[in-house]
Design a protein around this ligand. Structure first.
Ligand code: NAD
Length: 472
């Protein structure tokens, strides 16, 4: 049997682990405390991940590639099972869309190729200076209930490609599907590399445990995907944070837009996974001249329009709390479930509920995360852009626009200052689904990295040789 270098390294690491003469007593107790990466305490999990990362760091880039490939190859045949588990546990979203979101995470998250872009060499009379992207160590990754398995897969590929180990802190509401996935990832990684505990979590994730992790001395970087509360909490930890927070994406439609296509794209984007994605269209802002035409076309794409005041009241009472937050019971639920529970009569099989409203409606101001979206008419493009800026609340997360006027597209893209701006497509084109570019489920707007990938999970190091290595 032929062994390649990676197999030999894997064997050496495995033996090292089995040989008590080599490993320290501390190492054995951390490893013993966990099962396939799932530990009882934060401290045990982080320390086991630290040991694993040290081993991983001393392997090779080829090993990293091998691990990333193994994750893709072994998760893809199980994509339906992965999506089903997240869907059934959280009871949010839409199974078919979750399958596509997970498939995208598995196949379109960049691996090591992402690290090349920022490596740089400078040569001259004084020798050579090299900048390279190197691991942080152990990353503490906090993941949301809205994309539970998708974010774990996406973060794992990018963070392992950059040479790190990962401690995951999933939403307690997605605990079981996360534990199942972390164990699976550990088996895949350990089979490929001989290293266990590169991806860890604890058996009972909680907010308190997440906060303990945030201040653990062996966590070198925090990558936080969630609402404003958790991003703020992480920023107070004193550690370096990549914060991927909330959005309230508006879609602007002007009179030059291709209305039939715009309507189709808007329903597809806003109804995708029942509007759970942070990038999904959450407000429709349209200029008067084409508003009726757009509404007719939205209806043709299975949007149900609610304009009766009593029906709007019923929907508001059902889905918006007194504190002006979304009623969690309806986050990620289907349009039909929401209409049924509100007692609003409808026909057909609506995918999206549209509410004729203005910018003061709670549906416009609040990030609802459900397929209930306001339809807001304005007099012209300038008013539309103003309204979109107001409704985005300065979060600078995502905006979408349908127009054939290039200078207006440019103006809106520049003024909105969002991490993602999609022109003439559904919102999800901005994360590589039907649009060019890689996929991410961690869009770090408050801290400025935008659509994150392996290069953001690595630190830049400068290495200087004072003589030679210039051949000019
Ligand atoms: P959430 O903020 O309730 O929870 C997110 C994660 O943070 C969970 O793991 C939760 O356990 C943890 N958490 C919450 N409060 C915490 C605290 N005070 N201390 C420590 N940990 C805490 O969000 P959610 O409902 O799971 O997800 C939806 C939110 O996430 C939306 O606001 C959405 O816009 C946002 N989101 C953003 C992105 C992005 O890339 N920018 C992606 C997905 C979701």
């Amino acid at each position: 049997m032929e062994l390649d270098v990676e197999d030999i390294i894997a064997k050496i690491i495995k033996n090292d682990k089995l040989d008590d003469g080599i490993k320290s007593s501390g190492e054995s107790s951390y490893a013993a405390a966990g099962e396939n990466g799932v530990f009882k305490t934060v401290d045990d999990a982080v320390k086991a991940a630290k040991i694993a990362q040290n081993k991983y760091f001393h392997t090779s880039l080829k090993m990293r590639k091998k691990i990333v490939k193994a994750i893709r190859d072994e998760l893809l045949p199980e994509v339906e099972e992965i999506a089903r588990r997240g869907y059934e546990e959280t009871n949010m979203g839409n199974l078919n869309d979750k399958i596509e979101k997970n498939r995208l995470a598995i196949t379109n998250t960049p691996g090591l190729e992402d690290l090349k872009v920022s490596s740089q060499v400078i040569t001259g009379d004084n020798g050579m200076t090299l900048y390279e992207l190197c691991p942080y160590g152990v990353i503490g990754a906090i993941t949301p209930s809205t994309n539970p398995t998708e974010t774990i897969i996406n973060n794992t590929i990018g963070m392992l490609a950059a040479g790190n180990a990962i401690y995951f802190s999933p939403h307690p509401g997605a605990k079981e599907s996360s534990i199942w996935l972390i164990k699976k990832l550990n088996k895949i990684v350990s089979k490929a590399s001989g290293i266990e505990n590169l991806v860890v979590m604890i058996e009972s994730p909680s907010i308190q445990a997440a906060q303990e992790m945030m201040t653990h001395p062996d966590i070198n970087l925090l990558v936080v995907t969630g609402g404003p509360g958790v991003v703020g909490q992480a920023m107070r930890s004193g550690k370096k944070v990549l914060g991927a927070g909330a959005g309230n994406p508006p879609v602007l439609v002007d009179e030059t837009a291709e209305i039939e296509k715009a309507a189709q794209d808007i329903v597809n984007g806003a109804a995708f996974d029942n509007n759970l994605p942070c990038i999904a269209e959450k407000n429709i802002v349209v200029v008067n001249e084409v508003a009726d035409k757009l509404l007719e076309n939205l209806k043709k794409n299975a949007a149900f329009v609610v304009s009766d005041v009593a029906d709007v009241k019923k929907l508001t009472e059902l889905t918006v709390t007194e504190k002006q937050t979304p009623n969690k019971k309806y986050v990620g639920k289907s349009a039909e479930k929401i209409l049924n529970d509100a007692g609003v009569a409808y026909t057909g099989n609506p995918r999206l509920i549209l509410i004729e409203a203005d910018q003061n409606s709670p549906f416009a101001k609040i990030e609802m995360l459900m397929p209930v979206v306001p339809f807001i008419r304005v007099k012209d493009f300038a008013a539309a852009l103003d309204t979109c800026l107001t409704l985005e609340h300065g979060l600078h997360h995502t905006a979408i626009m349908h127009s054939q006027n290039v200078s207006r597209l440019n103006k809106a893209a520049k003024e909105m200052q969002t991490s993602i701006f999609v022109k003439n497509g559904p919102s999800y084109a901005g994360i590589g689904f039907g649009g060019e570019g890689p996929t991410t489920y961690t869009i770090a707007t408050p801290t400025g990295e935008g659509t994150t990938s392996a290069k953001n999970f690595a630190r830049v190091r400068r290495c200087v040789l004072t003589s030679g290595f210039s051949i000019r």
